[in-house]
Structures are given as structure tokens and as C-alpha cells.
Design a protein around this ligand. Structure first.
Ligand code: NAD
Length: 270
């Protein structure tokens, strides 16, 4: 049961809704159901028709286009929000991109162009948004981004995205220190695999899901509710003493060193 007053009087921005399967959408809805006012940004015109009806569902008063590759878009977004709200209390960054051709096979074959683009969209954009958010978090606040265990250990096909997520997690620690004095907390959620638009680009994703289900301590894959519940904790005052934290929401998969002997082997036709 969600406490409908946990986020009362709080307002903020969720970046990265593409459709109703997006992690950003699950978090936005949970924040709204907990009493928050939620502004949304989406990547480009193509996504607008998907995001508009979702924004209506949560009475979102601010919906803006923001392609994070364009620093001007980021500046404009926070300017608009400041105009309407003056201050915000939270920012959620649920954005990542890499060329799907490079999310299969070996990391060794990463191209320079895709390396730079992956780092820019999936890592740097969080820092760029944090810099603007700081200016309108005059009463303190919380920043949250999304990572994946492929930042810590080798994961098949995750490749350059693993490198970008490592850098993103390091950014979280540096930002937590830089912003701590202003009572701004910075954390990162690391969910297990879940089917979304972005994850559909990762090679053998079906196999990865099955493997996680078979081998995690909870013996199941995570749900959007699992993720948004943890996000709510990190974005609310419940986690008032937590910053710079990498919080796994993965049915405990990250503590496993080896598949259990009674866990099934998986064979899939390629
Ligand atoms: P999603 O496809 O729903 O969301 C990814 C979002 O990134 C989309 O809204 C897309 O428009 C946005 N985006 C990409 N390039 C952009 C740009 N240039 N400017 C603005 N927005 C841009 O998929 P998701 O799985 O909900 O991904 C959200 C976050 O969760 C990502 O950081 C992803 O790496 C992370 N994550 C996902 C999983 C998973 O298994 N799905 C697991 C762990 C972490």
C-alpha cells in the first residue's frame, strides 16, 4: 500500500518516459500516487503522442521535449520549470542510449562514435541535468538515476553500456559529494533486467531474463512496482540519510557468485 501523502508538497521532474513500459513512467506514476506533482520530458516529437496521454493520467502540469544530446534543450527545460514552479524537490534521470548493433558480440569492437554518443546520452546528461537542477533545488532535494549490474561485472552483450554505467555510478558519488552541502542527495538504482524499449536492443535478452529468474535468490525477475517502490524510498524523506548509494533492485542477483547446482541449465536455439 502506497502512502498517498509521502510526497505531498513535493514537485519535480522525471526524464525518460517513452511509453507505459518505461521505468520512468512507473516511477512518475508512483510519485504522483504518493502526492507529488510531476513534470515530464520526452526525447522528441515521435514520442509525444505516447507521452501526452500518460502525462494526462498523472495530471502533469509540465510536459517538455528534451533531447539530452542538445545542452540547450536541458537549459530550456529547467528554465521553463523554474518559470512555472520556481523550485523543485526531485529529479529522476531514466535515460540511456547505444547503437543496438554494438549491444551484441564483443565490447572490443566498439566504435569511437558510438562510444562518445553512449557516454554523452547515458552518463554525461545526468551531470548536465544535475547542474541545472541544483539551481532550483534551493530547499535541498534528491537526484536519482538508473544503472545496471553490467557496470560492475561482465554481462553478455552489455558492452559499451557497461562502461557508461560504471562512469554514471562514479558520477553519482562525485555529485553526492559536490551537492551534499546544499542538502541535495544523489543516488542510483540498479534494477535487474526487465522488458522495455531500451532493453529490447540488448542481444539474447530473453536468455538473460531467464537466467536471472533461475539464479536470483528470490527466483523471479523484478517488476516495475519493485523498481518504483525503491525509487519512492530514495526520492522521499524516508531515505533522508542516504546519498551516493548504488541500490540494487534485482531479486538479490548481485550477491550470487555461481549458479546453484540445482538451478536448470538453459539451452536456446540460436
Ligand atoms: P525506455 O526505452 O523506456 O527508456 C529509455 C529512455 O531514454 C527513453 O525514454 C528514450 O527516449 C530516452 N532517451 C534515449 N536517448 C535520449 C536522448 N538523446 N534524449 C532524451 N532521452 C533519451 O527503457 P528503460 O528500460 O525504462 O530505461 C530507463 C533506464 O533504466 C535506462 O537508464 C536503462 O539503462 C535503465 N535500466 C534498464 C534496465 C532494463 O532491463 N530495462 C535495467 C537496468 C537499468
Amino acid at each position: 500500500m502506497i502512502d498517498t501523502s509521502l510526497m505531498k508538497n513535493k514537485k519535480g521532474l522525471v526524464m525518460g518516459v517513452a511509453n507505459d513500459r518505461s521505468i520512468a513512467w512507473a516511477i512518475a506514476k508512483t510519485l504522483y500516487n504518493s502526492g507529488a506533482k510531476v513534470a515530464l520530458t520526452y526525447q522528441g516529437e515521435v514520442l509525444k503522442k505516447r507521452v501526452d496521454p500518460l502525462a494526462k493520467e498523472i495530471n502533469s502540469p509540465i510536459i517538455l521535449e528534451c533531447d539530452v544530446e542538445n545542452e540547450n534543450d536541458i537549459l530550456k527545460t529547467f528554465k521553463e520549470i523554474k518559470k512555472k514552479w520556481k523550485t523543485i524537490d526531485f529529479l529522476v534521470h531514466a535515460i540511456a542510449f547505444s547503437n543496438r548493433e554494438e549491444l551484441k558480440g564483443k565490447y572490443l569492437n566498439t566504435t569511437k562514435d558510438n562510444f562518445k554518443k553512449t557516454m554523452d546520452v547515458s552518463c554525461y546528461s545526468f551531470t548536465a541535468a544535475a547542474r541545472q537542477a541544483e539551481k532550483i533545488m534551493t530547499n535541498g532535494g534528491t537526484l536519482l538515476t538508473l544503472s545496471y549490474f553490467g557496470s560492475e561485472k561482465f554481462m553478455p552483450h552489455y558492452n559499451v553500456m557497461g562502461i557508461a554505467k560504471s562512469a554514471l555510478e562514479a558520477s553519482v558519488k562525485y555529485l553526492a559529494k559536490d551537492l551534499g552541502g546544499k542538502k541535495i542527495r544523489v543516488n542510483v538504482l540498479s534494477p535487474g533486467p526487465i522488458k522495455t524499449l531500451a532493453s529490447s536492443a540488448i542481444g539474447d535478452f530473453h536468455y538473460i531474463l531467464k537466467w536471472n529468474e533461475n539464479n536470483s535468490p528470490l527466483k523471479r525477475n523484478i517488476t516495475l512496482d519493485d523498481i518504483s517502490g525503491s525509487a519512492l524510498y530514495l526520492l522521499s524523506d524516508l531515505s533522508s540519510g542516504v546519498t551516493g548509494e548504488i541500490h540494487h533492485v534485482d531479486s538479490g542477483y548481485n550477491i550470487i557468485g555461481m549458479k546453484d547446482t540445482d538451478s536448470p541449465d538453459i539451452f536456446e536455439e540460436k
